[in-house]
Design a protein. Structure first.
Ligand code: F6R
Length: 239
């Protein structure tokens, strides 16, 4: 695993954007794996800046997002579709028809997960996947458990994730209890992974990752098996 230690969030965002920009420049019709949450917002700001400066183009880019709450409408300002439009897609030259987020309104969520997994395979996998982590070590919404699921699936959010994500909702009761998420195997369809982490509250999860053991109670530890992971983190995560 490559590790890039940054002095602060802004540097982490810039370094991650530079890696992504290299992928886009090398393969203009690439497939980018996107994440939501507070971690990648600065990265997306940098990508918007680079796009406006003419350094990179999203014209031929396809994107797939890791996850979406269930149930939730795309017009809900807490949906991950809304987030992606607002934080990136509305500000760059991307064709929105080439952007995918699991459908939080699907009548049959299991069928939607099967469709999503097949779509990722048909795209030929993901060139570079952005990942953040939860305080509990989740990646996507693959929550700590005795078993981890390989394919895109419906999952129940843990109490810790509901509590952590309630900061974005009017109250904890408003946080959806379920989500559609790419599985560990779907994430491993990415040829390259950028794992972004900032904030001392994620230290325990990062220390589990760096202990070089596999622990389903810290799903991010599975990334030790992937051949091309770059951890881009702030120094306080490693103290
Ligand atoms: C988001 C996602 C989640 C977040 C994680 C960290 O699409 O899949 O795993 O990356 O919950 O969230 P933040 O960045 O808000 O701390």
């Amino acid at each position: 695993m490559n590790i890039i230690v940054c002095k602060n969030y802004d540097e982490m965002s810039l370094r991650s954007a530079e890696i992504m920009a290299e992928v886009i420049k090398g393969k203009p019709a690439c497939v980018l794996g996107m994440a939501t949450g507070s971690t990648p917002i600065g990265l997306y700001r940098n990508l918007i800046r680079m796009n406006k400066a003419g350094e990179i183009s999203f014209k031929d880019v396809t994107t797939v997002n890791l996850d979406e709450y269930y149930p939730i409408a795309p017009t809900n300002d807490q949906s991950y579709r809304y987030f992606m439009n607002e934080q990136l897609f509305d500000h760059v030259d991307i064709d929105k028809a080439k952007t995918s987020v699991p459908d939080g309104t699907a009548a049959d969520p299991e069928a939607e997960c099967r469709r999503y997994e097949e779509m990722i395979s048909l795209l030929g996998g993901i060139d570079v996947q952005i990942l953040g982590i939860g305080r509990n070590g989740h990646i996507g919404f693959n929550e700590p458990d005795a078993k981890l699921i390989l394919d895109t699936h419906v999952t129940d959010l843990t109490a810790s994730t509901i509590e952590a994500n309630s900061r974005f909702f009017a109250s904890e009761a408003d946080v959806p209890r379920r989500a559609l998420t790419m599985g560990i195997g779907s994430i491993f369809k990415a040829r390259k992974i950028i794992l972004m982490v900032s904030g001392a509250e994620k230290k325990a999860a990062v220390s589990a990752l760096l202990s070089r053991t596999l622990d389903t109670n810290f799903p991010l530890t599975m990334l030790n098996l992937h051949p091309d992971v770059t951890l881009v983190c702030t120094a306080d995560v490693l103290d």
